[in-house]
Design a protein around this ligand. Structure first.
Ligand code: PMV
Length: 284
């Protein structure tokens, strides 16, 4: 038997989501596959699969994993592998139970995380997500998303910790930034549902300004964002923890090729994925 779960991208609200503010996340078309097998063909980091087998499997069980995307993009392979393995072990499990079990494993191992990546892997689609509170699917038209990889692998836990340190030092200022990001998320939510891509793009630009203030952007991210916007994107921002990994942009269909060429020209790698992919499933 084989199960699969999608990767994810944060559209709005990273970092603030860790402190209880809302975010918007989408599942991407690249998937991670887990299969029961005689031989062990595991990812480099086996902690997530091991913990899943310990929870719902039997001792000595072997699974093999296969990923359609590179682990360097920051698409959330750890949460996807946890969710897909648990689904494989209990195919009839309901999504809420699956989410709770997978989030617990991820938190036990990583010690930090809002769980947005687990939610994307379980439920799929595009959703409004508030930690420990809300998972609300959003019905949108196809999102004209363009994704560029910086070529730099970022360390999410380190960056989340550096933001926590900054918040200890400048609590009021950082909390004000989080609140402003939360407001942008609310605005982006309604514009996304209306399909007002120009306004959604503007929200990306505003969100990026606050991420820059938090100190999580990088020269390479800024170069790709600038290139995308100069080539006609409605807006662009980093996606995820920052420091590297991917940037995202929204662009009208007629500008897509130009935006992609600009990202490429600025030293980025265009990653071809679509948003709003289906959540975890047993593969036929
Ligand atoms: O680096 P990623 O793609 O795993 O995203 C991290 C997003 C944060 O909001 C910074 C952390 C989190 O767990 O929500």
């Amino acid at each position: 038997m084989k199960a699969s779960a999608p990767g994810k991208l944060m559209l709005f609200g990273e970092h603030a989501v860790v402190y209880g503010h809302p975010s918007i996340v989408t599942a991407v078309s690249e998937r991670l596959y887990v299969e029961t097998s005689k031989s062990n063909c595991l990812p480099k980091d086996t902690r997530f699969v091991d913990a899943a087998i310990k929870l719902w499997g039997q001792e000595g069980m072997n699974v093999s994993t296969q990923c359609s995307f590179s682990g360097v993009y920051g698409f959330g392979s750890s949460s996807a592998v946890t969710v897909a393995t648990l689904k494989l072990l209990k195919p009839d499990v309901d999504n809420k139970t699956l989410f709770d079990a997978a989030y617990k494993i991820v938190l036990d191992i990583q010690k930090t995380g809002s769980g947005f990546d687990v939610a994307a892997a379980v439920y799929g689609g595009t959703m409004y997500y508030v930690k420990n509170q809300t998972i609300e699917p959003l019905r949108t038209l196809p999102i004209p998303l363009i994704v560029g990889y910086t070529g730099v692998k970022s360390n999410t836990v380190d960056i989340v910790n550096s933001v926590a340190k900054k918040r200890e030092q400048y609590k009021e200022k950082v909390d004000r930034i989080f609140q402003s990001i939360g407001k942008i998320v609310e605005d982006a939510k309604s514009k996304l549902v209306e399909g007002d891509w120009e306004r959604v793009g503007k929200c990306m630009d505003f969100n990026q300004e606050y991420l820059r203030d938090l100190g999580v952007s990088s020269e390479k991210l800024e170069a790709l964002i600038k290139a995308a916007k100069s080539a006609g994107a409605y807006g662009a921002k980093l996606s995820g923890a920052g420091g590297g990994d991917c940037m995202i942009a929204l662009g009208p269909p007629e500008k897509r090729a130009a935006v992609e060429a600009a990202i490429d020209g600025a030293g980025g790698e265009v990653v071809c994925v679509t948003a709003t992919a289906p959540g975890v499933r047993i593969e036929p």
